[in-house]
Design a protein around this ligand. Structure first.
Ligand SMILES: Cc1cc2nc3c(=O)[nH]c(=O)nc-3n(C[C@H](O)[C@H](O)[C@H](O)COP(=O)(O)OP(=O)(O)OC[C@H]3O[C@@H](n4cnc5c(N)ncnc54)[C@H](O)[C@@H]3O)c2cc1C
Length: 456
């Protein structure tokens, strides 16, 4: 049983404090994954760092767990919890771009769509996720995989500084010179160490890209995977892209009689010249004839938001993740068997390459613990109808069981589900023990435990 929280927080913050019974509560208690049905004690829509610090202190004083919510995309729903105090950062989305210094700084609740639009105005970008509604915060702190990572590293590799509210409500700056141990841990250790209220990134000249999706017959899947395995070993770093299983949505470029069929897709993003991009992407057409494709020149933010309609808020989510060093023929066979059974248009498997610039960074230079892997695979179960929960969760579990013997022990923490807490050590990989030491230093009481939790 929880005791009623005293009503003093509203006097300490400028943002809205939402309690059970308030009109705004029903909407505020929910996150992106509709499977999560938690009832927090408070949701605080913070307007700035002072609000965050006051809310963290208040939660600590009252013995409440802190649920941190940025973009709200956590599959386990870490941005809400029964009885918790939610630090909602969604109002903190200001982005400042410095084109001369090639940096961009963003509030802790910024989504990639906002960030990319702001940096694109100066012809710049940094590695972010492939969906525009995902938050910078959760994605970067777990590592950050996307189209640009082969060229520019993970999102966390581009973080140059962070403003952090720690468990005692102190505001710190973490960078290479200040609180360097905390800065190290933030780059791969997730939300374990505090609330990041501002992040500054290195940004790169990325303007119009050349790319988009190609859909190939399922029968071509073994050849596409086998080609991708060889191609990606030393593909130019301007290439970012991934194979995926995808049911064709009703889009203008898909022949009407093929809508609803399952395909092996390749989604590509080329940041070099258009002519060279055409040549590189044409190599896929030499492997098999695409049934449908939508490849061309477009602004980077357009590709970053192209698949948003497939993943609207309010779907049920259950995901599994695996790191893969060698994509063996047996692994490909397992993908083909289970990928062909993808049950619904929203669900998918993506096999993201994380070589190139990701491997330039030493394995212990940041907390991201799996720089030896070539790929990060995600089996992303996403579906609209809760009546399908058992069947669709089963598809994810069976698929994962089939690829696990061909994968490393750990998976990417940002793709993990709530039942992956038992895999935390292997998911954080080689840097787990050092992460525990930093956790002991900055959050010995484990106030921030609603995450893939590193126990102090
Ligand atoms: C549709 C979809 C697409 C995705 N695509 C990609 C992708 O392309 N690449 C990739 O790498 N990942 C991807 N992910 C996974 C994503 O990285 C994680 O779900 C991540 O946690 C989302 O961050 P968020 O801020 O949106 O989530 P939230 O639910 O708001 O946050 C999740 C957790 O992260 C921590 N956190 C978030 N913000 C902060 C902050 N400011 N300070 C401290 N802690 C914070 C907290 O522990 C929080 O509970 C995707 C997820 C979804 C649902």
């Amino acid at each position: 049983m929880t005791t009623q929280l005293p009503g003093t927080l509203a006097d300490r913050v400028r943002g809205q404090v939402i309690r059970p019974g308030d009109d705004a509560y029903e909407e505020a208690r929910h996150v992106y994954n509709a499977m999560i049905d938690a009832h927090p004690d408070l949701v605080v829509r913070c307007t700035g760092t002072d609000d965050v610090a006051a809310t963290v202190r208040y939660a600590a004083e009252n013995g409440r767990a802190v649920a941190v919510r940025g973009g709200g995309h956590s599959v386990p729903g870490f941005g809400t919890a029964d009885g918790a105090v939610v630090v909602d950062l969604s109002l903190m989305q200001s982005v400042d771009v410095d084109p001369e210094q090639r940096t961009a700084s963003a509030g802790g609740g910024t989504t990639w769509g906002r960030f990319n639009d702001a940096t694109a105005a100066s012809g710049l970008a940094t590695t972010g996720g492939i969906i525009s509604t995902t938050g910078l915060g959760g994605l970067t702190l777990g590592g950050g995989i996307g189209y640009l990572c082969r060229g520019y590293g993970l999102s966390c590799d581009n973080l140059v500084s962070a403003e952090v509210v720690t468990a005692d409500g102190t505001v710190l700056t973490a960078d290479d010179d200040r609180n360097a141990d905390l800065f190290w841990a933030l780059r791969g250790g997730g939300g374990n160490f505090g609330v990041v209220t501002r992040m500054t990134y290195r940004v790169h000249p990325v303007d119009t890209i050349y790319g988009g999706p190609m859909f190939f017959e399922l029968a071509d899947a073994p050849a596409i995977f086998a080609f991708f395995r060889e191609f990606i070993r030393d593909a130019p770093r301007e290439y970012g892209g991934f194979p995926a299983f995808q049911i064709a949505p009703p889009l203008p470029f898909v022949p009407e009689d093929r809508v609803g069929d399952t395909f092996i897709a390749v989604v590509s993003c080329w940041t070099g010249s258009e002519a060279e991009g055409e040549r590189v992407i044409d190599r896929f057409r030499q492997v098999a004839r695409p049934v449908a494709e939508h490849v061309g020149a477009m602004p980077y933010p357009a590709l970053n938001s192209a698949f948003d309609p497939l993943v609207p808020p309010g779907l049920q989510h259950y995901w599994k993740a695996a790191f893969v060093t060698e994509l063996t023929d047996d692994a490909i066979a397992a993908h083909v068997e289970h990928g062909a059974r993808v049950p619904v248009v929203n669900s998918t498997m993506h096999l993201y390459p994380i070589n190139g610039a990701v491997h330039d960074v030493a394995p212990d230079a940041t907390a991201f613990g799996h720089r030896d892997a070539t790929f990060a695979a995600v089996i992303a179960g996403m579906w609209p109808d809760p009546a399908d929960n058992e069947a669709h969760t089963r598809w994810v579990k069976d698929y994962y069981a089939a690829i696990a013997p061909h994968s490393e022990a750990g998976g990417y923490t940002n793709f993990a589900s709530a039942d992956d807490q038992t895999r935390v050590a292997e998911n954080y990989g080689a840097n787990y023990q050092r992460l525990r030491e930093v956790k002991r230093r900055y959050d010995p009481g484990n106030l921030f435990h609603l995450n893939q939790n590193i126990r102090p």
